[in-house]
Ligand binder design. Sequence first.
Ligand code: HEM
Length: 479
Amino acid sequence: MATLLSPERVTTPEPPISPIPPLTPIPPLTPIPVKPGLPLLGDLLAFTSDPLGFLQKTPNSYADLVAIRMLGGLFYQVNHPHLIEQVLVTQSQHFIKDKGLKVMGRPVFGDGLLSSDGDFWLRHRRMAQPAFHRQRIAAYADYMTAYAAETLAGWRDGEERDLYHDMMQLTLRIVAKTLFDVEENAEVDEIGDCLDAIMWRFDNQSVRAMVEQATGWTVPTPALKRYHRSVQRLDEIVDNVIAQRRHSHEDKGDLLGMLLAARDDDGNGMSDTQLRDECKTMFLAGHETTALTLSWTWWLLWQNPEAAAKLRSELDTVLQGRVPTLADVPQLPYTDRVVRESMRLMPPAWTIVREATADVELANETGLRYCLPKGYDVVISQYAVHRDGRWYPNPERFDPDRWTPEFNKSLPKYAYFPFGGGPRLCIGQQFAMMEAILILAMIGQRYELDLVPGQRIEPQPSITMRPKYGMKMRVRARM
Ligand code: HEM
């Protein structure tokens, strides 16, 4: 028998009907301005004659997002920190590494961390990450200073040195020892020579390289032959390093050991080709950028003697002539600012390029919406953004003192990104900062460096930003 309180008779009070909020209209997409260029060539000649100046000038004449015509196609340049954050971080799932890198980079670095994408990249990133944990990196500090001391022992008071060459050799030795336990100088030097010949192919200032990137066509030249020989030789050397380690069965606890021991969820390790790709990538990515940071820093310090004097004063006060250790790094705030400011003005990685894998909507700070179409490349230039007067007062001036904690706090997040950002953030950031500070300190303690008169200094934007004619410096001993 149903009671008065049978469930079917219990009624819950109706919620009050709230008025439907008025729909806020979604603003229509804003068309992205297209920079006019020559028919077919687009801006090829303007870009190749001065890639850095070209990318720096575009935002002034156009907007924070602009389409640039090139060889019958288009690419998009993104210039505002807010939009950059969307490409690198919040919408990073819709972007992969660009075609140019794949055309030029794959034949050398295969599917190494720099050039791979998706699950494959993620798996390998996870395998490599432990080699870059803070504690492990701390263990590398003594090698960094020991190798720097060895380099400096070869310098004579008053002599001319190619600083860029010395720094490349030093940082390659450090990477070879810390990540691969390779310490044979002749072998390391040969790796350096091969990488140098290989980098020729990435020169963004040559029409040849741009056409190759866009089409994959090559013209057989002696430089191309040297490139092919170097790719082959580098493979042989790296294969040999891997084979020796496999044979020794020794666990040295370094990156190579971790990559050899790593297994995925199915228990599979890396194939020989995958291992070789990762090792070559690390050899390249792990030395050139830090060597460039150090070279450009000394060039900037030579132009700014007051900053150089301030650096020496900090080093003398804090270190009192001792070799710096990891524990000294936090005690050297001015040295840190010098490195930071150097990477602002002369970022070794001067652009980041991505390809959109879907139509991606970006919104600027005022709510304007843009659509980056699927399949197109997006270029973000550290060089251009780091010199933008909206974020940096007196942007062309080398001023380490600008990096106060307050300035740091007020700076939009992606107005400074020498190491990139988001999931593809440089894996070696901490390694590089520690290395740059320790080596800068060791050189600054012992030497003053002057640019050799008549030496032409011009940045050459390749994958990295190199000094085109080297960097000859006269070294004067301080003690
Ligand atoms: C001053 C020195 C350095 C600078 C300025 C630098 C800069 C960068 C930048 C901008 C990226 C991101 C590229 C992109 O998003 O497309 C990157 C990635 C990478 N860097 Fe560095 N780097 C430096 C030192 C190092 C060192 C010392 C190592 C290794 C020992 C290293 C290894 C790598 C690797 C493997 C990647 C690819 C990471 C991934 O995609 O998972 N870098 N670096």
